[in-house]
Design a protein. Sequence first.
Length: 140
Amino acid sequence: MTIERSLVLVKPDGFQRGLSGEVLRRIEAKGYTLVALAILTPTVEQLAAHYAEHEGKPFYEPLVEFMSSGPVTAAVIEGQDCVRGFRSLAGATNPTEAAPGTIRGDLGRDWGLKVQQNIVHGSDSPESAAREIGIWFPGL
Ligand code: RTP
Ligand code: MG
């Protein structure tokens, strides 16, 4: 059994639509624990660190612009295999393709923009989670 932590963001589209509570409800209903919670508007510097792997890709600039456009809800969650588990709750990156029952499948759609406005972010590995938690919750 592996107890992990993951970094979750309710992105500006989800925050603006009032979906932070719904996302946190699903996380808690799954049995994961909330370890840290914050509301903040990301800085370009934080986003450059967070999305370093995507620098140079066509969606990078629109992604940073979108993510810095307003408040997000940032959370550290904890639980058995919660990195994979939360990505399973979130669903596929493109909300149109995300399965019903997932956050993106139930609540998102393709808005036809330059970047997928897909409600949530979840770390893609325990190593990414540790790196990302350091960006959003330094000292945790
Ligand atoms: P996330 O990092 O947000 O949990 O999502 P992910 O792993 O499913 O997606 P990733 O490939 O890491 O991409 C990061 C975010 O960039 C936006 N994106 N838009 N072609 C597009 O329109 C496109 N591709 C990626 C999404 O917001 C995605 O979540
Ligand atoms: Mg990712």
